[in-house]
Design a protein around this ligand. Structure first.
Ligand SMILES: *Cc1c(COP(=O)(O)O)cnc(C)c1O
Length: 377
């Protein structure tokens, strides 16, 4: 049996090696390292895939979130509502821009923003809501957009973990994660569902004005070279990364299905155990399983994790510490106990290996190890 990884990037690369190697070599042969033809071509292909008007590539997902907030013209002191249960990048850029992160709790089933808590957190300083489509499943966008529209707020979708997930509205209309709010931001970090071989990110919007502002900000605030209209940043997607992403985008649907099949197999295997809660699948969102995250309710999460690791199975805790309990984000507004669902999840969640190239013997080893452990208690 090959060594089990949380994400097996090597095994995936081996499947597409000749295409990727050729594409990288072509970029080098043309020395088109910065803004080469693959960057625009990739943006266009992703635009078609997502059925969105604009895709603006940038250097990483954190930059994407920052550029979105700069483009919408938020001012220091403006409040931005986001989830207390998320990766730090979401809150980080809010704080870096001098905006005020306002945290709200999440649903215990989807791990995504609790819409009632969002509405309760709105003040006259609120300018935006940032839903995070956590672990590969869309936040409940229809009621969220209704709240945002009612209060005249922007929605910036953090789509770093959910590229390829589709949301279904009550009238049957479907939309891809990242294309429903004012702006969507995503990451192509290697382990993301559409990952490159380094850093990368992109922004999505259907609004021409936001698109123009984001292109300008990502490019030193210039529309015409050496004429700077606003303070910007330097945030580009490398051509080599774009060339790799063009190849991987063609496989994205197959990758999502492979992730879902693996999740199905885990679900079936663990259904009989009341000590574990398998991932909830909401009726309104396709789950693309960026993570397969269990809640350990009748078993010690940390002991299970240690046991798995002793059998050669990696397992990760996303995320061990809620944002409001992080040293950098301590704030007199928040204390322990303020976000009970988030705090409970941080104590219960355990993510199992999830990727596109899981072998049958590896899967059986993971499943049997979990089962044997639970049966031995
Ligand atoms: C990965 C991630 C980001 C940041 O992406 P980078 O490309 O690493 O900067 C932001 N938000 C969430 C939820 C993420 O998972």
């Amino acid at each position: 049996m090959n060594k089990i990884q949380m994400v097996d990037l090597k095994a995936q690369y081996n499947q597409i090696k000749s295409d990727v190697d050729t594409a990288i070599q072509e970029v080098i042969d043309k020395t088109a390292f910065i803004n080469g033809p693959d960057v625009g071509a990739f943006a266009e292909e992703l635009q078609k895939y997502l059925d969105v008007k604009h895709v603006i590539p940038c250097a990483n997902g954190t930059d994407a979130l920052q550029i979105a907030m700069m483009a919408l013209g938020f001012k220091p002191g403006d409040e931005v509502i986001t989830a207390s249960f998320t990766y730090v990048a979401t809150a980080e850029v809010i704080a870096l821009l001098g905006l005020v992160p306002v945290l709200v709790d999440v649903h215990p089933d989807t791990f995504n923003l609790d819409i009632r808590a969002v509405e309760a957190a709105i003040t006259d300083k609120t300018v935006a809501i940032v839903p995070v489509h956590l672990f590969g499943q869309c936040a409940h966008m229809e009621p969220l957009m209704a709240v945002a529209n009612k209060h005249g707020l922007h929605v910036i979708e953090d789509t770093a973990q959910a590229l390829g997930s589709q949301y279904t509205f009550s009238d049957g209309r479907k939309a891809f994660a990242g294309t429903m709010g004012s702006i969507g931001a995503t990451s192509f970090f290697p382990s993301k569902n559409l990952g490159c071989y380094g850093d990368g990110g992109a922004l999505f919007t259907n609004n021409d004005e936001y698109a123009a502002a984001m292109r300008m900000i990502a490019n030193h605030g210039q529309r015409v070279r050496y004429y700077h209209d606003s303070i910007g940043v330097n945030s580009r997607l490398d051509t080599i990364q774009a060339a790799i992403l063009r190849i991987k985008l063609r496989h994205l649907d197959a990758y999502s299905s492979a992730r879902r099949s693996l999740a199905d197999a885990y679900d079936r295997a663990f259904a009989e155990f009341s000590q574990l809660i398998t991932p909830f699948r909401s009726p309104f969102s396709v789950h693309v399983f960026h993570q397969y995250t269990l809640r350990c309710t009748g078993v010690s999460r940390d002991i299970l994790k240690e046991h798995l690791e002793s059998k050669g199975i990696p397992a990760m805790i996303y995320y061990p510490v809620p944002l409001h309990m992080q040293k950098a984000y301590t704030d007199p507004r928040y204390k322990q106990g303020d976000f009970p669902v988030t705090e409970m999840l941080c104590a219960q969640v355990l993510s199992l290996p999830m990727h596109t190239e899981m072998q049958e013997d590896q899967l059986q080893h993971i499943i049997n190890t979990v089962k044997d452990f639970l049966n031995s208690l």
